[in-house]
Design a protein around this ligand. Structure first.
Ligand code: ADP
Ligand code: ASP
Ligand code: MG
Length: 407
């Protein structure tokens, strides 16, 4: 007998027929004697539709109400899957995040899990029921519903695997695992057998939306091995995300991640003295604007330029905040570019070997891609480039680093 957590993403539960098929799979696991918890996402593009609905009412919905609205998407799926199991004669129960005991911080739209009280879940499993949990949501101390940010159902699944000490945590999605690059952009991309937490986290935070970054962090923290596989092709092995890779990593790039849309803000002519960065970035943080790459130019006559990137949805807010910081930083010219993207190469093999950056820059140059900004970590190099050149950049880097070849 195993205790297993399955997670099914939006396209895997897009229609009642999809949901019935998943009920069949869960039924056979249950019949095997396994304890089964299934985490589900909203059906198809339901979450996008809920955003669009809110937009028809207001341009600035209260974050609390927005979370309440968004949480309904996964609730619909969980009840339908439970009903589909009942039809097969299987005892099942659907639970919202709150009912499943998931307690979160009170940050609407990107709440973090504070704690999971597992009594109810354990009780239902002990009764022999399949438990269906609505993904991407929890509840604050004050009993307000929160959500975890786009793609957050993965995080529900991995956190439940940790809290319930599950034997397996499997994420079923619309591709056959973690690929060397997004297979929709790069036809030569191939699925990896395994990938380390660290590399997966860098991929996820730089655009590989196949896994929610928080889920990878929790996996690493609690030692949960995560299998990512196709919900449509049961025979495919998928990819194991884990901490003790047996395979020789080699001197290689493991994968390429990209973001098609980011925005850049440049504040020109700010005085080069202590405190300027704090005066700029503290109010941005307070306003909830998450800043990625930051570059400060060398100063000329005690004046410098400060450039940073944000999600396009945060651009207007970032510009307002920067303009209102003029009191502290003095009058500065603020310019922005909303039409940028990023391409990143990731691999632990890069940490100790030179030459990766040079090859990346040459490849982009040979493909006439101008690099706007560069940022690095030990195991990643990211270039900010024009939005319309991102996809081509991914494909040419995939070729340049021989990622279509088996390790
Ligand atoms: P789900 O609804 O199952 O959570 P997502 O849409 O969130 O699915 O994530 C799956 C998608 O992630 C794929 O369809 C693929 O286009 C995209 N993706 C981006 N990078 C990668 C990658 N390196 N490997 C696999 N898929 C990727
Ligand atoms: N339904 C949510 C979204 O579309 C959460 C998820 O699918 O993981 O972002
Ligand atoms: Mg997802």
């Amino acid at each position: 007998m195993e205790r297993i957590i399955h997670k099914y993403g939006g396209s895997s539960v897009a229609t009642p027929e999809h949901i019935k098929r998943i009920a069949d799979r869960l039924e056979s696991r249950h019949r095997n004697g396994d304890e089964v918890v299934a985490v589900v996402s909203a059906m198809g593009s339901r979450t996008d539709e809920l955003y669009a609905l809110a937009e028809r009412i207001t341009n600035s919905p209260e974050p609390r109400e927005m979370d309440m609205l968004l949480s309904t998407g996964e609730m619909v799926t969980s009840t339908l899957l439970s009903m589909a199991l009942h039809e097969l004669g299987v005892e099942a129960v659907s639970l919202t995040g709150a009912q499943a005991g998931i307690r979160t911080t009170a940050v609407f739209g990107r709440a973090r899990i504070a704690d999971i009280q597992t009594e109810r879940l354990e009780k239902e499993l002990n009764r022999g029921r399949v438990v269906i949990v609505a993904g991407f949501q929890g509840m604050t101390e004050d009993a307000d519903v929160t959500t975890f940010g786009r793609g957050g159902s993965d995080t529900t699944a991995v956190a439940l695997a940790a809290a319930l000490d599950a034997d397996r945590c499997e994420i079923f999605t619309d591709v056959a695992g973690i690929y060397t690059a997004d297979p929709r952009v790069c036809p030569k991309a191939r699925p990896l057998q395994e990938i380390g937490y660290e590399e997966m986290l860098e991929m996820a935070t730089t655009g590989a939306r196949v896994m929610h970054a928080r889920a990878v962090e929790i996996g690493e923290q609690y030692g949960v091995a995560i299998r990512v596989a196709s919900s449509f092709d049961e025979t495919a092995q998928g990819t194991l995300i884990h901490g003790d890779l047996t395979m020789e990593q080699g001197n290689k790039v493991r994968g390429i991640a990209h973001q098609n849309h980011i925005a850049k803000v440049t504040v020109r002519g700010v005085p080069d003295r202590p405190g300027i960065a704090a005066h700029l970035f503290e109010p941005l943080a307070t306003a909830g604007v998450s800043v990625d790459t930051i570059v400060q130019n060398a100063s000329v006559e005690k004046l410098t330029d400060m450039t940073f990137t944000v999600a396009p949805a945060d651009l207007d807010r970032a510009l307002q905040v920067v303009q209102s910081a003029e009191n502290e930083i003095g009058p500065a010219e603020v310019v922005s570019d909303p039409n940028l993207g990023t391409v990143s190469i990731v691999g632990t093999g890069m940490a100790s070997a030179p030459g990766f950056a040079a090859r990346m820059f040459r490849t982009l140059y040979e493909n006439k891609v101008n690099i706007d900004m560069i940022s690095t970590s030990d195991i990643r190099i990211t270039c900010v480039v024009a939005s319309e050149q991102v996809d081509e950049a991914v494909r040419s880097l995939h070729d340049a680093f021989d990622l279509d070849r088996e390790d």
